[in-house]
Write a protein that binds this ligand. Structure first.
Ligand code: ZZB
Length: 266
């Protein structure tokens, strides 16, 4: 599975995360959450970064003054893809990874970040119960306009903000249209969630169906409404956005060798 790994920069830690990194990460260093995405063309619509609240994440040193927050499994895969400084000395085991601190996702909730291309300049780290620890990097960027899972999660977070221990407004950022399709209009995910009567992020069967429909309609029939490739078909814009992100040092290619292989548009 070939993903685009996006560098989403921390601008202000949550209190718990600030306590965690104190004395371990230099004040002038850049720390990035690194979501793995199959839809680089939707990065304009990011409204949050999702972490599994119970999943363990590590802060790994990638070069002088640069750190990535991902699962150990992802850091291990990255080590073999030359991501880390000194990667000519391949780590022989996971304990040799350049880990500086470790904590569960819940520690980072409330952290402010700045995501490449996002139309919202500051977004928050929020909890998502359905994040898989064994897929991608364990970090997910939320695009509720085009991902039914993300729309269902963000809706639930806003509805039960107290229960999740977040501020309601963190889950209420405006959902801007990014891609138009003939069947679902300008907001594919909200349209599908409504049509398939999805009421919760736990409606796994309907969400899987909605995801398949959103992927194929978006890829084969979608037209970009925003960004450098506005007016172009998603089919051609997708790789152009990806290449621009990589060229500008805002993302890198990331393969998930042990991830399930699925045939998927794009
Ligand atoms: C942004 C985005 C925008 C995504 C969209 C999808 C969509 P798949 O299709 O099942 O192989 N993802 C990545 N890692 C994880 C994880 N560890 N746990 C849960 N979800 C994860 O999965 C690939 C997509 O699932 C990725 O692409 C990511 O969300 C999420 F408009 O990134 B995507 C119709 C989907 N639209």
């Amino acid at each position: 599975q070939e993903y685009t790994a996006l560098k989403v920069k921390v601008t202000e830690w949550s209190q718990a995360a600030a306590d965690l990194v104190k004395g371990k990460v230099e004040d002038d260093a850049n720390v990035y959450f690194v979501p793995a995405t199959l839809r680089p063309e939707t990065m304009y619509g990011q409204t949050a970064i999702f972490l599994g609240p119970k999943i363990t994440y590590g802060i790994y040193k990638v070069s002088e003054k640069e750190y990535y927050v991902v699962t150990k499994r992802a850091a291990w895969n990255m080590a073999f893809q030359g991501v880390f400084f000194n990667s000519e000395n391949f780590p022989k085991s996971q304990d040799q990874l350049p880990l500086v601190a470790e904590a569960t996702g819940s520690t980072f909730v409330g952290t402010s970040v700045s995501a490449p291309l996002a139309l919202h300049d500051t977004i928050k780290v929020l909890p998502m119960e359905t994040v898989s620890a064994t897929k991608g990097t364990g970090v997910v960027t939320s695009v509720p306009s085009d991902s039914p899972d993300d729309f269902a999660t963000i809706t639930d977070l806003a509805k039960k903000a107290d229960y999740y221990g977040i501020k309601k407004e963190w889950a209420e950022l405006e959902i801007l249209p990014l891609i138009e399709t003939p069947t679902y209009g300008k907001l594919t995910a909200p349209a599908l969630v409504k049509q398939l009567k999805i009421n919760s992020p736990k409606d796994a069967t309907q969400l899987a169906q909605a995801k398949d429909l959103a992927y194929s309609e978006g890829f084969y029939k979608g037209t970009m409404l925003v960004g450098e490739f506005k007016g172009e078909a998603v089919q051609t814009a997708k790789d152009k956005v990806r290449q621009a992100l990589i060229r500008d040092g805002l993302a890198f290619a990331f393969a998930d060798p042990s991830g399930k292989v699925v045939s998927r548009s794009g």
